[in-house]
Write a protein that binds this ligand. Structure first.
Ligand code: KG4
Ligand code: ZN
Length: 341
C-alpha cells in the first residue's frame, strides 16, 4: 500500500511516499526556519504563509523523486495521510486542505494522523542508512519535542495509553528558552545549547540545578522551574555559560531517563522507543542506550532525520493505524476536523 503523507504542523512543509508503512520511497521538505531565526521564534502567520507557498512544490517534488507523473499518481497512490494536530492552526490548515483536495480529485481515502503519534513512527520506517528492527510490545515511548513531552505505553499499533506529560514547558521548549538565557541566538536553540555543553570537559555544577519531579511516583514532567534556576545562575554572572549548558542538559536527561525506565519497569515493557526533535540530542541518546543495555531492554531510536518533523513518519503512522472504516468512509470527508490542542 503506497501512502502519500503530508505534514505542515509548524514551520516545515513536508511530503513523503511510504510503502506499507516501512519503506520510504521518496520525500521532500521545505522549511521557513530562516525567517524564524530573525524573530527568535516561530511567528504563526509567517509560518502559515510559507506553508501556502511551499505545499504544491513539495508535493510535486515528492512525486517527481519517486518517478511518478501527476497522471500516474491516481493509479499508484492508495491513500493520502495528513497531520491534523497538534500544531499551529494556520499551518495545519494548509496541509489538511491540500490533502482533502488531492483525496477528492483522486478519489482516495484520507487518513488523519496525530503529529505526536507520527513521531513514534520514526522508529518503523527504513530510510537511507537506517533499517528498523522489530519492536516488542508493550513498549514505553518517550516523545520529546518542541511542544510536548509525553510518556506513552504502546500496547500495540492503534492502542496507546498516555502515562504522563509535561505540566508546563516541554523539553524542547526548555532547551530553546534556556539557550536564549545563555545568549544563544540560533533558533531553535536546542542543538546549539547542546554544542555549547559539549565544550565543557567536566560538569563542575553537577547537582546544582533542580531535577524537577524526578523522584515523584508519577510520569509527569515539569521544566519551567529548571529554566528559572538557570536564569538565577546566569544573573549571578559568575559561571561560564558552557558549564550552565552542560548542567542544564544533564538535569533534563536525568529526569527523562529516570521516568522512562521507571515506566518500563512498572509496565514490564518489552522495549523503549524515543521520538521527537529532542531525541536527536546525542547525550540523551547515549544515556538512554547505556541504561537500556544495563536493564537488558531493547531500545529503538529514530535516525536523526526522523527525529525532527517530516512526512515520512506521518505516512507510516497512517499505515499502521488506519482502520477499514477510514478507507471506506473517510474519502475526502469534508468534515475532517483539525485538532489544534
Ligand atoms: O519534533 P520537533 O522537530 O518539532 C516539534 O514537533 O516541536 O522538535 C523541535 C525541538 C526544538 O525545541 C529543538 O530545539 C529540539 O527539538 N532539538 C534539540 C536537538 N535537536 C532538536 N534539542 C536538544 N538537542 C538537540 N540536538
Ligand atoms: Zn514534531
Amino acid at each position: 500500500m503506497l501512502i502519500l503523507g503530508i505534514e505542515t504542523s509548524c514551520d516545515e512543509t513536508a511530503a513523503a511516499l511510504v510503502e506499507n508503512g516501512t519503506k520510504c520511497i521518496s520525500s521532500s521538505l521545505a522549511t521557513s526556519l530562516e525567517l524564524h531565526q530573525k524573530t527568535g521564534g516561530v511567528v504563526p502567520e509567517v509560518a502559515a504563509r510559507k506553508q501556502v507557498e511551499y505545499i504544491t512544490p513539495v508535493i510535486a517534488k515528492t512525486l517527481e523523486k519517486a518517478g511518478i507523473t501527476p497522471n500516474e499518481a491516481v493509479q499508484k497512490i492508495d491513500a493520502i495521510a495528513v497531520t491534523v494536530g497538534p500544531g499551529l492552526i494556520g499551518s495545519l490548515l494548509v496541509g489538511v486542505e491540500a490533502a482533502k483536495a488531492l483525496a477528492f480529485a483522486w478519489q482516495k481515502p484520507l487518513i488523519p494522523v496525530n503529529h505526536l503519534v507520527g513521531h513514534i513512527y520514526g522508529n518503523f520506517v527504513a530510510v537511507d542508512g537506517f533499517t528498523p528492527t522489530e519492536v516488542v510490545f508493550p513498549a514505553v515511548v518517550l516523545i520529546v519535542s518542541g511542544g510536548h513531552t509525553d510518556l506513552v505505553l504502546m500496547h500495540n499499533h492503534g492502542n496507546l495509553q498516555y502515562l504522563g506529560w509535561t505540566l508546563d514547558d516541554a523539553a524542547g521548549e526548555a532547551f530553546d528558552k534556556t539557550a536564549r538565557l545563555l545568549g544563544i541566538t540560533d533558533y531553535p536553540g536546542g542543538p546549539a545549547l547542546s554544542k555549547l555543553a559539549a565544550t565543557c570537559s567536566k560538569n563542575l555544577l553537577a547537582g546544582k540545578l533542580p531535577r524537577p519531579k524526578m523522584h515523584d511516583h508519577d510520569f509527569n514532567f515539569s521544566f519551567s522551574g529548571l529554566k528559572t534556576a538557570v536564569r538565577v545562575l546566569v544573573e549571578s554572572g559568575t559561571v561560564p555559560t558552557n558549564q550552565i549548558a552542560c548542567e542544564f542538559e544533564t538535569a533534563v536527561i536525568d529526569v527523562l531517563e529516570k521516568k522512562t525506565f521507571a515506566a518500563a519497569k512498572k509496565f514490564n515493557a518489552g522495549s523503549v522507543l524515543l521520538g521527537g526533535g529532542v531525541s536527536a540530542n546525542l547525550p540523551l541518546r547515549t544515556r538512554i542506550k547505556t541504561r537500556a543495555e544495563k536493564e537488558g531492554i531493547a531500545l529503538h531510536v529514530p535516525p536523526p532525520a526522523l527525529c525532527t518533523d517530516n512526512a515520512i513518519y506521518i505516512a507510516s503512522a497512517a499505515f499502521f493505524n488506519y482502520t477499514k472504516a477510514d478507507l471506506g468512509k473517510v474519502k475526502a470527508d469534508p468534515s475532517l476536523r483539525i485538532v489544534a490542542a
